[in-house]
Design a protein around this ligand. Structure first.
Ligand code: GLY
Length: 372
């Protein structure tokens, strides 16, 4: 299968996202033109290292590129100050210079952490993203958002630092646990819902095959990346349109916080529930017809995804508690909750004037729904 190339046109910071099966096996040839000396530093996590690091190192060696590597623990807890300083100091000890390339090899946690380390190392070194999860391939590896979590919240410390290249090997997704694949799918469906009704139609018909059909999987990743690239080109630093990528995320961040960022709720699962709630809120506010939230819910259910608050195991805070957690979201501007709402499937927009009472009632009703 041919490799798809999606350009991200950002002037001097432009780069390509290359998408296709087997790209890890060709990583040396893909990366070589970027190098000024045949040496790179790879940062990965312990799970990805066990599965794929030797293949990446061999692919680099095939082009005479020496690689040194560091594996950090897998999981969201790694995205904080201690591992950031560990990565930065390791890169300094490895004498990675301004003209060198650092490779972020893993999912969203590794991409965000290593991208931020590259942003601050020697005031900025170039890095290549090799995302190994569906979520990272369609969202977090593209667009240059990097950062870490702090005690105050997620992604509150970071930088915009665009990668020099993204290699999305769609074959590697076959080794993902089913739950992680589906969670990543939450971000794929988000693109259809926010701006491409025809893509949502396509997903309704084809998404059940994505895990086993390589061509359909590649199409879904490519269309998602095309949409993200377009939005990032028009609004790199999220002054406007880029906020649409946060469809479902105000609800999601509150739910993630309420569940302690544990495996009770994966990020992409929270995005899917958040999208269903955002469409329900839009319908209640008279912005879209009932058909829209019904289709969203039916599709997520058909995919076997979490849709309702009752799908999250364990207790949740009450509606007021969840609303308070939303107020702590970094997307809050001047204390006003910003929601991405929709006038229909594929027609999202940012609303800053959502009545608090409407959100509260929505949450009360969602919490009262019986467990399925
Ligand atoms: N993940 C949202 C963004 O990149 O803006």
């Amino acid at each position: 299968m041919a490799v798809d190339v999606v350009p991200v046109a950002l002037g001097a910071r432009s780069y390509e996202v290359r998408i296709g099966p087997g790209l890890i096996g060709r990583a040396g040839a893909e990366i070589l033109p970027l190098l000024r000396r045949r040496r790179v530093a790879i940062v990965t996590d312990e799970s990805v290292a066990g599965l794929h690091l030797s293949a990446l190192v061999a692919a680099l060696a095939a082009e005479g590129i020496a690689a040194t590597s560091l594996s950090v623990p897998a999981g969201e807890a790694t995205k904080g100050w201690p591992q950031l300083s560990r990565v930065v100091e390791w890169l300094l000890e490895e004498k990675i210079e301004r003209r060198d390339i650092v490779i972020a090899f893993g999912g969203g946690v590794v991409g965000d952490l290593v991208g931020f380390a590259a942003a601050i190392l020697r005031r900025g070194v170039r890095f290549v993203q090799i995302p190994t999860t569906l979520l990272a391939q369609v969202d977090s590896s593209v667009g240059g958002k990097t950062g870490i979590n702090t005690a105050q919240g997620k992604n509150l410390v970071g930088a915009f630092h665009q990668p020099a290249l993204v290699l999305a090997d769609t074959m590697v997704l076959e080794s993902l646990p089913a739950r992680d694949f589906l969670a990543g799918y939450g971000e794929v469906v988000k693109y259809g819902l926010l701006g491409d009704a025809a893509f949502f139609d396509w997903l309704e018909a084809n998404a059940p095959d994505l895990a086993r059909d390589a061509a359909k999987r590649q199409h879904a990743v490519r269309r998602s990346v095309e949409m993200k690239a377009g939005i990032v080109e028009r609004d790199e630093t999220e002054e406007g349109e880029r906020a649409l990528l946060n469809l479902g995320h105000t609800f999601c961040h509150a739910l993630e916080k309420a569940t302690g960022y544990s495996d009770r709720l994966l990020h992409g699962e929270g995005v899917a529930i958040g999208c269903a709630l955002a469409f329900e809120l839009s319908q209640r506010l008279g912005l879209c017809a009932q058909e829209a939230p019904s289709r969203v819910r039916a599709h997520l259910r058909a995919m076997g995804m979490k849709v309702d608050l009752s799908d999250i195991p364990g207790d949740l805070p009450g509606a007021e508690g969840l609303l308070d957690l939303m107020g702590q979201d970094k997307k809050v501007v001047d204390g006003q909750l910003r929601f991405v709402l929709a006038r229909g499937i594929g027609q999202a927009f940012v609303a800053t004037d959502v009545p608090r009472g409407a959100v509260l009632t929505l949450l009360q009703d969602a919490l009262a729904a019986p467990r399925g």
